[in-house]
Ligand binder design. Structure first.
Ligand code: ADP
Ligand code: MG
Length: 730
């Protein structure tokens, strides 16, 4: 498809799009009426399950009690009836393999009987366990193809839901996915393990403060950034279709420099699409709260209200899938890639994270009473110490080839993991370190004991967009997470590293109390030590500045600039000891994740390289040669008509320039092809290094020449929709 086709149809689509004037039926009702209607919720369970079954299931959901088989049968029956009433013909175990996406394999409820008729069946066994062929999912060597068995296991803590389609509906059952040998092959299993690990240690610490909580849950609120562009443009860009990002494209005269998009009025088609997405999400009980324009043209954000970690993670997957599906209905394409367009901001996913006890008290909320504040400072110190010790793991949790384009590129936090606390908290931390805080910045006296601690201000800090890990009043915000990423991985790391420091704190304090020491005195002695050993990770200044990079190096903070440098941190003895100790990953599972992530890197770069070569060879080069011929032809025409002297030297210069750039392009393509054909020796890490050090520079060289041609070749010959068109025609 030529450029004019794509552009004209996109423009036509944009021009022709109009609201059909009638609202989607559900939208005509109030949100509360359809909120959660497609969820097998607590309320539905209470209504439909026998009392005993409901109670048993609640114990499993709330307290992690094991589930017995008769309960499953009863739940399955109720679930089936409910789903059939909602129009379901099929069910699927819905899981999150290491592709980073979700997977589903549908089975119908149908069971033919001897009379040649059929009944609808769904047993407890089918609810609890599925057996998809696992051989085609990434396993990082855990499972060879000949032992293809993989199991999905019902996760009763995340409610089943209905997926709608114009031609029917499907009952979706959230599940974990593991190998025959019980090793995790998915993102959910380690997340659940890490939630449990953190809970166990946090409960020990809380108990010391007199709490009766038996469970601590982690909470997550992922702010989702994304782009929406016209579908016609998308279909005319093989790079967007296959790599999710543009591999070519000259910088448009106007980018985001006018700062006129952020929080701007949302175009009607886009807003209509958002409204319908949100409506779909409300039916699934996803508590979508905020929407706004983001910094880059055609970039937007959606933020939900936070939920408990496991559900928030499932819901974020549903958010991404639902928005993608609904965008299509509006002639739009959703781009979740971390960097779809060079030169304008990429997309991230701010992961807001905290912990709360079983009464719903946020453990990172500075309290109203001194007692709460001492507890708050202990949990705060635990997080600071965890990040200081395991910044390398947090970095690895966000290491993807796509995120490499953002981190450290002055639009996203740097690859150096540091903590932003804000002035107020920093001041308190400084005083604690000096041996007991005496006053807050605002004045007044203060001591880190349960007795005389003052109220801490709730909004304990200004904003700092440049910090990868910022305290924002009552939670931490991990800002370096990529937009397309599952939030499971970053949470697994956070939960586990904080579990470790809470474990250390609890062990220390428990021993002290046993030895008859005073609790408050012990806390006052312990906090300064933690701060002193961890403060290197605290940085409240400009994370984008060169000065910080130098300072961070002096402090000994790791700066892993790319995926390939960062991923090996997953399999260091430190990492293996940590994850094994808390039962989150076995050594084999860690190695498998490491292999999967490296393979993903290698494959991604290979696909991008192949696309670069193909688009350059089959679209950009031919267009450039045609234009070259036109210029040459016009020179000979002038020459024929008026003689050589009449041909302006500038016109010859155009031809010479063009010829030179075409030559550059052709040469660069040749080098790229050679780089791709040459297979590196050795293990995955050396392959990945080869991709990074040889293939990526070769791709960049092709792009440089191609983008130069884009700004020279006649517009009507240019085959690809331009940045200007994709970002601004909407
Ligand atoms: P901010 O202004 O700091 O961005 P918001 O209140 O807008 O704060 O919240 C941003 C995101 O953080 C939302 O998704 C919100 O639900 C989430 N959030 C708020 N409190 C918590 C918490 N205790 N745990 C996890 N996420 C939270
Ligand atoms: Mg925020």
């Amino acid at each position: 498809m030529g450029h004019s086709n794509a552009r004209q149809s996109a423009v036509a689509a944009v021009t022709a799009w109009k609201s059909n004037g009638s609202r989607v039926p559900a939208l005509a009702k109030g949100i509360v009426e359809y909120y959660g209607t497609n969820v097998f919720s607590d309320k539905v369970m209470q209504e439909r399950l026998p009392d005993k079954v409901y109670k048993a299931l609640r114990d499993t959901i709330k307290k992690g009690a094991p589930l017995d088989g008769t309960v499953a049968d009863s739940v399955a029956e109720a679930m089936r009836d409910w789903a059939i009433e909602k129009g379901a013909t099929h069910y699927t175990h819905w899981f999150q393999p290491m592709t980073g996406l979700t997977a589903e394999k549908h089975d119908s409820f149908l069971a033919p009987n001897d009379n040649g008729e059929a009944i609808l069946e769904f047993s407890g066994k089918e609810l609890v366990r599925g057996e998809p062929d696992a051989s085609s999912f990434p396993s990082g060597g855990i499972r060879a193809t000949f032992e293809a068995r993989g199991y999905t296991a019902w996760d009763p803590t995340s409610p089943a839901f209905i997926l709608e389609n114009p031609n029917g509906t499907i009952l979706c059952i959230p599940t974990a996915f593991c190998s025959w040998t019980g090793e995790a092959l998915d993102k959910k299993t380690p997340l659940l393990r890490s939630i449990e690990a953190l809970s166990k240690q946090a409960v020990r610490v809380l108990k010391l403060f007199g709490s009766k909580s038996t469970q601590v849950s982690t909470t997550a609120g992922p702010e989702q950034e994304y782009f929406l562009i016209d579908k016609n443009f998308y279909h005319a860009r093989p790079d967007l279709i296959n790599a999710g990002r543009t591999l070519f494209g000259a910088k448009p005269p106007k980018g985001q420099e006018m700062e006129d998009h952020y929080f701007g009025a949302i175009p009607e088609r886009v807003l209509a699409c958002m409204l319908e997405s949100e409506q779909e999400l409300y039916k699934l009980a996803v508590p979508v709260k905020t929407r706004h324009n983001e910094v880059a043209p055609s970039q937007y954000e959606l933020a939900p209200i936070f939920e408990s970690a496991n559900i928030a993670t499932d819901h974020n997957m549903l958010v991404m899938e639902t928005m993608k599906r609904v965008a299509d209905r509006y002639g739009l394409t959703l781009l979740l890639h971390e960097k779809p367009f060079a030169g304008v901001n990429g997309s991230g996913k701010h992961l807001n994270w905290s912990m709360s006890d079983d009464e719903g008290n946020n453990l990172l909320k500075p309290g109203d009473t001194p007692h709460d504040n001492a507890q708050f400072l202990v949990f705060l110190a635990a997080v600071i110490k965890a990040v200081s010790k395991h910044g390398d793991l947090l970095r690895a949790a966000i290491a993807t080839p796509a995120n490499d384009h953002r981190l450290g590129a002055n639009e996203a936090p740097p690859a150096i993991i540091s903590i932003f606390l804000g002035d107020m908290l920093q001041d308190i931390i400084d005083q604690i370190e000096k041996g007991g805080a005496k006053s807050t910045k605002a004045g007044g006296t203060m001591q880190i004991g349960v007795t005389i601690l003052p109220t801490l201000p709730r909004d304990a800090g200004d904003r700092n967009r440049t910090s990868p890990f910022a305290f924002t009043g009552n939670k931490f915000e991990f800002r370096a997470v990529g937009s397309s990423q599952s939030i499971a991985g970053p949470q697994v790391v956070l939960n586990t590293i904080v579990a470790e420091t809470l474990d250390e704190i609890a062990t220390h304090l428990e021993a002290a109390i046993k030895a008859g020491k005073d609790f408050n005195t012990e806390i006052q002695a312990m906090l300064p030590k933690i701060i002193a050993e961890s403060k290197k990770v605290i940085f409240n200044g400009d994370g984008y500045s060169a000065a910080w990079h130098a300072e961070a190096e002096k402090r000994g903070l790791p700066n892993k600039r790319n995926c390939v440098d960062s991923l090996p941190d997953l399999i260091t003895p430190k990492s293996i000891a940590l994850f094994c100790k808390y039962g989150v990953f076995s050594e084999r599972e860690l190695h498998s994740r490491y292999e999967i992530l490296l393979e993903n890197y290698i494959k991604t770069i290979n696909i991008e390289a192949g696309l670069t070569s193909q688009i350059a060879t089959k679209q950009i080069l031919p267009a450039s040669l045609r234009y070259q011929a036109e210029v040459a032809l016009s020179i000979s025409a002038v020459k024929a008509a008026a003689g050589d002297a009449a041909v302006p030297s500038t016109q010859k210069a155009i031809l010479a320039d063009l010829t030179k750039t075409i030559d550059e392009l052709y040469t660069a393509i040749g080098k790229l092809n050679a780089a791709v054909d040459h297979h590196a020796e050795g293990d995955s890490l050396s392959h990945a290094k080869y991709s990074r050090d040889v293939i990526i520079p070769a791709m960049n060289a092709v792009r440089t020449a191609a983008d130069k041609l884009e700004s020279t070749v006649a517009d009507d010959l240019w085959p690809l929709p331009t940045y200007q068109e994709m970002l601004f025609i909407k």
